[in-house]
Design a binder for this molecule. Sequence first.
Ligand code: NAP
Length: 286
Amino acid sequence: MTKILKGAPVAAALNERSIALRRTLEERGVVPTLAVVRVGERPDDLSYERGVCKRCESVGVAVRSFVLPENASEEALLDVLREVNEDAAIHGCLLFRPLPRHMDERAVCAALRGDKDVDGITQASLAGVFTGEPVGFPPCTAQAVVELLDFYGVALSGKRVTVVGRSLVVGKPAAMLLDRKNATVTMCNSRTRNLSEVCRAADVLVVAMGRRGAIGADCVKSGQVVVDVGIHVNEAGKLCGDVRGEELMDVVEALTPVPGGVGAVTTSVLVGHVVQAAARACGLEA
Ligand code: NAP
């Protein structure tokens, strides 16, 4: 029978770890603090922000919100980031993207200090993902994939892992983090030939394609662990993933659900990064 790898217990374990470190910081008079920087009022952003604030509250992380109108100038946003960078009481920053079209997203992301980049959006963080050095933090979703596999004791060393997708937010950093676990990683993109064959060759299949229900029974084999990163809303208004999960039941060994899989772990990873950034700032941990 296929085991369902739920995100909630993974998130709970991460939260416990964050709370323990937050208590140590508290003894030193430090309150880990996240700056939430948002331009405009996109419903998706507002809903994610609510989730982040709730998680911050449960872990004991303070939140400071910086909200600009949709038509704010790039300079106004850069001013906010300068303030965040210079305020020693702020340890991490979540900047909602995509930014409005009149802003140069690369330039804005580059303006954030690497040590406050808890969401993996700066070149410094991506360099850290590549080198393994504690510079910035990996993108939260990519790390959530690895945390989930670790939590459920999925062996990675020496195993073949196929990652479908190569975005800077999920696929590429996930591939690098899995490589760090000594997996043999194959990364696929939209030009990959014989995708189903490449998927079937894996012991662990991570799907971050952004294509609703693109992966079905023809792409898997028995004994595989399948991680579905995709999030979509179907015609019935229900959340679903890149994988046609129902087809994989009783075929693969384990599968993450959508909703309630990787997505349930992401905010805990983010909040954990804020606590870690505060610990780094006071020399407590790398
Ligand atoms: P993205 O930027 O659209 O990237 C999709 C990747 O999939 C690209 O690298 C693309 O290849 C590749 N791809 C597309 N069609 C393919 C095909 N037929 N064969 C092989 N590769 C193919 O998406 P993303 O931001 O990485 O997000 C991926 C999914 O994860 C989305 O569904 C998104 O909603 C979801 N997501 C979930 C969370 C969470 O917390 N669970 C967070 C972020 C994103 P090319 O590079 O060649 O175009």
